[in-house]
Ligand binder design. Structure first.
Ligand code: SF4
Length: 332
């Protein structure tokens, strides 16, 4: 921020780019960004960083969400790979790509197995595992370690499902779906505390991905699958849609139904003006179509100085006891 970046730009990117701009964690040689077409704040931050550091930027722009848009996206995707090959002076290895994508397929099968088990009442999946599954998807897909990690979680959750285990002595009292992001600090204590009070986090929008299996027949089918999954990546899918509110609402109805949620929680950050602009529509539609109330939190998913975690926990607790439980028992 001392460089002139305003604090109302995306804090998710701000945190990461703080490391990049100060060379504390790593020094990038280039920036590859799929943000143009879905997030202006993100795109401008990347451009600023590339110019500041004097490094190239490789962009993948998102066109409209229709059959023609997908064809265009595949064309852009292939062009991006070509630009990277030229810059690196090296061709993408087909066999290596195939091996990576086959690992992705295995990990994705386990990801959805875990998700299906989360649909049970009470959820046999610890809140933290739901977060870990997304984190693994975000950082480890294509590695053997991701498969091992997903397999361990699936085995633990299957065992808990068979035994009917749930950590709260009062049982599961609320199943909450986060309509955008979680909070990404103090999360071990926060996620476990909630579960011990009987509050399950069945998922959030970032962890509720529509991932297609890769057809690894040849380069064309692999590029097509990669482009499709990139185009449908969470946030890009909703915020870069032809109608942000319509796509976001459709997805929320899908996930809250599939995961059998009985409440929703919205948290983002004050920089994400686009989500705030349609938040009330998502809340109204969830209430109208699913009879699910939404708690709106004023905090920042990535900055703990905005709202203390104790205040966030209290608000969720009050919402569950005064709204969710009372609605279920007919007292509200
Ligand atoms: S949280 Fe909002 S501002 Fe940040 S990357 Fe996502 S859409 Fe962009």
């Amino acid at each position: 921020m001392a460089l002139g970046l305003p604090d109302y730009l995306c804090s998710a990117n701000g945190v990461e780019l703080g490391s990049v701009l100060t060379n504390v964690d790593f020094e990038p040689d280039a920036i590859i960004s799929a943000a143009p077409g879905s997030c202006d704040a993100n795109s401008k931050l990347h451009e600023f960083t590339a110019r500041m550091l004097g490094i190239p930027q490789f962009l993948l722009e998102k066109p409209g969400d229709n059959a023609r848009g997908h064809e265009t996206y595949v064309t852009y995707f292939k062009a991006l790979v070509g630009e990277l090959e030229e810059w690196l002076g090296e061709k993408l290895d087909e066999d290596y790509l195939r091996m990576m994508l086959e690992r992705c397929n295995k990990a994705s099968d386990l990801f959805y197995e875990l998700m299906e088990m989360r649909g049970h009442r009470p959820s046999p999946c610890p809140n933290l595992f739901t977060l870990f599954a997304y984190a693994a998807r975000f950082t480890m897909w294509g590695t053997e370690e991701a498969i091992t990690m997903m397999q361990v979680m699936v085995d633990v959750v299957r065992e808990r499902l068979e035994k009917g285990e749930y950590p709260s002595p009062d049982g599961e009292i609320a199943r909450c779906f986060w309509t955008y992001t979680y909070y990404y600090w103090d999360w071990v204590r926060f996620f476990n505390n909630m579960e011990e009070k009987g509050i399950t986090f069945v998922g959030d929008l970032l962890g509720s991905l529509i991932m297609q299996r890769y057809d690894t027949t040849d380069m064309d089918t692999m590029f097509d699958g990669l482009a499709r999954n990139c185009q449908d990546y969470c946030m890009t899918r909703q915020m870069g849609a032809e109608s942000m509110s319509a796509q976001w609402i459709d997805d929320l109805i899908h996930w809250t139904t599939r995961l059998d949620a009985d409440a929703a929680i919205f948290c983002g950050h004050h920089a994400c003006k686009q989500t705030w602009s349609v938040f009330s529509m998502t809340r109204n539609e969830l209430m109208k179509r699913k009879k699910i109330p939404t708690l709106m939190l004023q905090g920042d998913a990535w900055l703990k100085t905005m709202t203390p975690m104790s205040a966030i926990e209290d608000q969720i607790d009050e919402f569950v006891r005064n709204v969710v439980v009372k609605r279920k028992t007919g007292k509200a």
